[in-house]
Write a protein that binds this ligand. Sequence first.
Ligand SMILES: *Cc1c(COP(=O)(O)O)cnc(C)c1O
Length: 372
Amino acid sequence: MSRPISLIIHPDAMIHNLSIAKHYSGENKLFAVVKANAYGHRIENSYDAFKTADGFALLEISEALKLRSLGCSSEILLLEGIFTPDDLTLCEQYGLTMVIHSFQQIEWLSSYQGNYKFNIFLKLNSGMNRLGFKAEQYTTAWNMLHKLNCIKNIVHTTHFSDADDIRLGIDGIEYQYKTFQQITHKIPGKTSVCNSAALLRHSKKLSSDYCRAGIMLYGCSPDYPKHSIDHWNLRPTMTLKSEIISIQCVKAGETIGYGSTFTAEQDMQIGIVACGYADGYPRSCPSGTPILVNGQLTHTIGRVSMDMLCVDLTNIRNSHIGTEVTMWGHSSTGSILPIELVAHAAGTIGYELMCKITARVPIKIERKTSYV
Ligand SMILES: *Cc1c(COP(=O)(O)O)cnc(C)c1O
């Protein structure tokens, strides 16, 4: 028998979340962000569910080619654009749209010799100070591109640093959106500003002809703990589950696991679960992190080790060797543990946990409408 851990992907939940994103984007176009191999779900497990999106966004050309090989004929946006001038050949061959964020990239386009006409998303650095042209450079960059024969269409784009929160007492998008509008309103072209948080929280106030939804499509609330997935009506698209492989009866005063960080206050039963940090479960999850055993909420105990973790079986009905344990996602009994609760306990965000599942965890796809 194989080790009982697996990562379950729920395409029905992806379809549901996409419909929520489309509801918020309304008349605007919605791009499904599938970078980092669809936030750890794998492009090939996500494409079918997201194929009714107006386009896709990602970073690596290899992932774009994967989408094309699956039959995707819609627009594909490279969020960091090209990394070398040679990339232009592939963009031409596979009809890829690119973000242009630097004068270096404009130089590469200027030297392009072919007959193809590229679609561009020109990136304004409106305050996040990661990628893009500063406000005072933006119009120059736009003019340089506009003059090139190899450019078909230019969309104005920027990315928000604080769409999930407030910043200095006001909505986190305000300081950047003001700059974006001031710079772009004088120049023709469509716009793209919304990520998941901006789409859910601010879309009524924003002009974003192209929205770029990522994390919400995977059923994780972009602004947890302010709002939960229930608030946004999103459903988890990934379940990390395993089983109890041993049960220990621990006497009061005994300690559990590496470093003896947990001491039992009374006699108790604990379950040993086949899941550890070598599977992608964060070692930074402290004792007390929520977890489901047989669909019932309990918590971890002591340190997470490489291949195992421990759970408190006090108050858990029907637990034995082989009982299902859900680290996050959907249990077979129908209860849900959102990934962001586990991420929060570990001091990180759901995005990171999704991307960190390791190669040794087998992936299965479950089509089950009871999950949505
Ligand atoms: C990752 C990314 C997104 C999607 O962000 P979510 O918070 O996952 O919705 C949108 N735009 C850009 C530029 C990104 O890098």
